[in-house]
Design a protein around this ligand. Structure first.
Ligand code: ADP
Ligand code: MG
Length: 244
């Protein structure tokens, strides 16, 4: 096993009186695909958002490649290049074409010349099967297509890890598979991934590890074969029943 790439130690976060992360300690290794499952409100998104500081944690520590996640803006910008994020609601820039959505950050942050950024973007669009849509605007695309573009956009910064927060939950059922297929290919290519999802098939087939969140804690963490064959508690058993 490689050295852990992301390390969370006793991470806590409260919104007012409501403690949402109650001391989360875990590690994510390079090349590993982790799926996080659990009831709505259990803190899954908050953990992902804490990892790239969209939501600062109150105490404990998070390190990425040995460097602590803090408000230091220089470090944070570098870390956000290393950590790509894909949201449930795609979050594409509506006033930019697909191509410009992909090249914006590489041009502004990495200072890539336009032609180089365009070449790289076209390669990525090809990888997610969207090369024929480069000059369209997000509103001209289906939800599944938009999400594939959002994945390509995150990849444009050449991240070392990709965080996915319920990437298929906002999609019509017939579009879920095309997005999961892109994610499966990424995993096959060795990308380090942390995926919050309700897609148990994906967790079962693609993940190295399934983590169950319950009320702000990691209640169980196991390889999928073990996780699904021997649910560790009645709560997990009933959660899995509801999902199937
Ligand atoms: P999950 O992703 O597992 O559904 P979240 O991490 O989004 O859970 O949220 C955990 C809890 O924290 C929920 O009760 C949610 O309402 C609350 N919460 C999340 N973000 C905020 C916020 N910005 N302000 C107040 N409460 C929040
Ligand atoms: Mg969530």
């Amino acid at each position: 096993m490689t050295a852990p790439y992301i390390v969370c130690k006793d991470v806590r976060k409260a919104f007012g009186e409501h403690e949402v992360l109650k001391g989360v300690s875990t590690q994510f290794h390079t090349g590993q695909v982790t799926t996080i499952i659990g009831a709505s409100g259990s803190g899954k998104s908050t953990l992902l958002r804490a990892i790239n500081r969209l939501e600062p944690h109150d105490s404990g520590s998070i390190t990425i490649g040995g460097v602590e996640v803090t408000d230091d803006q220089r470090t944070l910008q570098r870390q956000r290049c290393e950590v790509g994020m894909v949201f449930q609601q795609f979050n594409l820039f509506g006033h930019l074409t697909v191509l410009d959505n992909l090249t914006l950050a590489p041009r502004r942050i990495q200072r890539l010349p336009r032609s180089q950024a365009n070449d790289k973007a076209m390669q990525l669009l090809k990888r997610v099967g969207m090369q024929d849509h480069a000059h369209k605007y997000p509103w001209q695309l289906s939800g599944g297509q938009q999400q594939r573009v959002a994945i390509a956009r995150a990849l444009a910064m050449a991240p070392k890890v990709m965080l996915f927060d319920e990437p298929t939950s906002a999609l019509d059922p017939e579009m879920v598979q095309e997005v999961l297929d892109v994610m499966r290919e990424l995993a096959r290519g060795g990308m380090t991934m942390i995926v919050v999802t309700h897609e148990m098939g994906f967790a079962r087939e693609v993940a190295d590890r399934v983590m169950f969140f319950d009320q702000g804690c990691i209640a169980h963490d196991a390889p999928p074969a073990e996780f699904f064959a021997h649910p560790a508690s009645e709560r997990i058993r009933s959660f899995l029943r509801r999902m199937s």
